[in-house]
Design a protein around this ligand. Structure first.
Ligand code: GLU
Length: 298
């Protein structure tokens, strides 16, 4: 009899930039990290355009981004998933969380939220805590709003965000929440304890969009069968929220690799507005893709 082979399912990786600016070297690094791990694992490499915020992601920036990645020579498997075309998938995931009683509307504006956090700080005599991105934790009262008031405001069509009831969500877990971080060869490095409570009652659906980064990324990673999420350290803390949503929704947990960020000359993380660090400028200055890859250590 032929020996039984355990066929490892094929690895699936994705690079998932938001085209709200031109690509910078930090994106190039992340794309190359994805390419390298996909090659090591013999996996598939997908490109996902994270454009739920349509107003900030005009078509010319998406086109420029795809062209810059093609110039760099990264072999993304077509077709590219455009996140804004899958809002119904995000809504379906959200509906499952709503059916579990874990979602509530919050009607505050951004300036209301800032004022509420300041008022709480004055009341308690201590600074109101921030989430890992530096925004004040939700200090509103949406979760405690009487159901009749919620119903009346919804019926009146008042704009609102939808938030996760973090305490109720955590109470549903029956085991400590963790994720596995892998190295550049895809080998397990360590198991990281996840602390989603640091984010408070996170927004799952923005007022203006009906979805959010966290909801969209978890939904699309699952629907695309992503097995390895490779992205920058700036998203390390967000992974706690993603793992929580995956557990609540019964979705598989990918492995994660959060790579170091490239820093600008001022020692800060590169941002898309750092045009000087843009691909385009380098391309126009005659740098070749091979030189750029070498410069980034690939
Ligand atoms: N779209 C996100 C960004 O541009 C990255 C999403 C992810 O890799 O999970 O920062």
């Amino acid at each position: 009899m032929a020996p039984a082979h355990h066929l490892e399912p094929q690895a699936v990786l994705r690079f998932a930039p938001s085209p709200n600016g031109y690509l910078h070297l930090g994106h190039a690094l992340s794309a190359l990290e994805n390419e390298r791990l996909a090659a090591v694992l013999g996996g598939r490499l997908l490109l996902r355009i994270e454009d739920i915020d349509r107003a900030r992601c005009p078509p010319h920036l998406e086109a420029a981004m795809i062209e810059d990645l093609a110039w760099l020579g990264i072999p993304f498997e077509p077709p590219h998933r455009r996140q804004s075309e899958h809002l119904a998938d995000h809504r379906a995931m959200l509906a499952r969380l709503q059916a579990m009683g874990l979602v509530y509307p919050s009607f505050e504006s951004r300036s209301d939220l800032k004022a509420l956090a300041e008022a709480r700080a004055r009341e308690t005599g201590r600074p109101w805590p921030n989430d890992p991105d530096g925004a004040p934790l939700y200090a509103g009262s949406g979760r405690a709003m009487p159901p009749e008031e919620v119903a009346a405001r919804l019926a009146a069509g008042e704009p609102h965000a939808l938030r996760l009831d973090m305490a109720a969500a955590l109470a549903r877990l029956d085991a400590p929440l963790t994720w596995t971080e892998v190295d550049a060869a895809g080998q397990p490095l360590r198991v990281v304890p996840a602390h989603p409570a640091r984010w408070g009652d996170v927004v799952l659906a923005r007022k203006d969009l009906g979805t959010s980064y966290h909801l969209a990324v978890v939904t699309d990673d699952a629907l695309q069968g992503v097995t390895h999420v490779v992205r920058g350290m700036d998203l390390f803390e967000a992974t706690a929220v993603h793992r929580l949503l995956q557990e609540l929704l019964g979705l598989p947990a990918p492995l994660y690799r959060h790579h170091d960020l490239l820093l600008g000359p001022d020692g800060r993380k590169l941002s898309k507005s750092d045009q000087a660090e843009g691909f385009r400028a380098l391309r126009e200055a005659g740098v070749t893709a091979a030189e750029l890859r070498r410069q980034l250590g690939f």
